[in-house]
Design a protein around this ligand. Structure first.
Ligand SMILES: NC(=O)c1ccc[n+]([C@@H]2O[C@H](COP(=O)([O-])OP(=O)(O)OC[C@H]3O[C@@H](n4cnc5c(N)ncnc54)[C@H](O)[C@@H]3O)[C@@H](O)[C@H]2O)c1
Length: 266
């Protein structure tokens, strides 16, 4: 799948890994619909990366079916009306989603994680699962539905779209009850969803990063999460987005979770 001329939803596009993904999509001449609860950050991204290639409908909570639906519809009609007068440009289609939104702490930010803290409460658990796992599925499902309704096969394989989710090393290695469980769920969803969407020409992949240099790293438990086995540092956001670009363009990547952690194990 090419990025050029295609539209991708990026959740969490206002910050960190998602923001870098939006940047890379624009550099490859693609279009991005940012869905982020942080409207100020999303608007800043639109201003800095260019409103011809990046769209935000304001604050979008990935757990809201209605807000996600509105953002998809708004983004599609925004980009297509922008390009209406260019005869050589065909109508722009939604070709996939890169799902990077996520939270670590509960909304109250009360203690609840780690051996010397209180147990993770049911409401904390439910909140983290709701944003990270259900929010990811909500957007994946609606993007897939839009692709199935609108897109003809884009190439000789019959490919029509791609869904890329963000799990975490902490989900695969069994760390943190709420966050880790939500990320294990995202990883576990990869193959069943790939199987469900295969007959529609939509691939599904997940990336499980170790610690990366983003604002979230500062709130992950432990002030200084361990560096990788090698190289001995945390990942840079462009190393995440480089993998996203490779997944989008390589049709044989499907149904798998890729660790991106420099050999670190939890
Ligand atoms: N940074 C790391 O070390 C690391 C490691 C492993 C996995 N991850 C995962 O990578 C993804 C990106 O994380 P990041 O490091 O860029 O963090 P970040 O905090 O910089 O970005 C997360 C973004 O998600 C948005 N968001 C939160 N709740 C939302 C909601 N309900 N609806 C819409 N948007 C919402 C935030 O506003 C923010 O812009 C997350 O899913 C995170 O769990 C990060």
């Amino acid at each position: 799948m090419h990025l050029q001329g295609n539209i991708f939803v990026v959740t969490g596009g206002a910050s960190g890994l998602g923001h870098q993904v939006v940047k890379s999509i624009v550099e490859q001449d693609g279009y991005a619909i940012i869905m982020d609860i942080n409207a100020t950050g999303a608007n800043k991204a639109v201003q800095s990366l260019g409103s011809d290639k990046v769209y935000s409908s304001g604050s979008v909570d990935v757990t809201s079916e209605e807000q996600v639906q509105r953002a998809i519809k708004g983004g599609l009609s925004y980009f297509n009306s922008n390009n209406k007068d260019k005869e050589s440009v065909p109508s722009l289609l939604l070709a996939g989603a890169v799902l990077c939104s996520g939270i670590v702490l509960s909304p109250q930010k009360i203690q609840g994680y780690g051996p010397d803290k209180h147990l993770t409460s049911y409401s904390q658990f439910k909140h983290v699962l709701s944003v990270n796992l259900l929010g990811t599925y909500n957007v994946a499902q609606q993007v897939a539905q839009t692709i199935i309704e609108n897109n003809k096969p884009l190439d000789e394989d019959g490919e029509r779209g791609i869904i890329i989710t963000t799990s975490s090393m902490l989900g695969l290695d069994g760390t943190l009850v709420g966050y880790g469980t939500s990320k294990a769920g995202i990883a576990g969803m990869t193959l069943p969803l790939a199987r469900e969407l295969a007959s529609f020409g939509i691939r599904v992949m997940s990336i499980a990063p170790g610690p990366f240099e983003t604002p979230m790293k500062n709130v992950l438990p432990g002030a200084n999460p361990p560096v990788s086995l090698f190289p001995k540092r945390h990942g840079y956001p462009h190393e995440f987005s480089d993998l996203v670009l490779q997944i989008i363009t390589n049709p044989m990547l499907n149904g798998s979770v890729i660790r991106l952690d420099g050999g670190l194990r939890g």
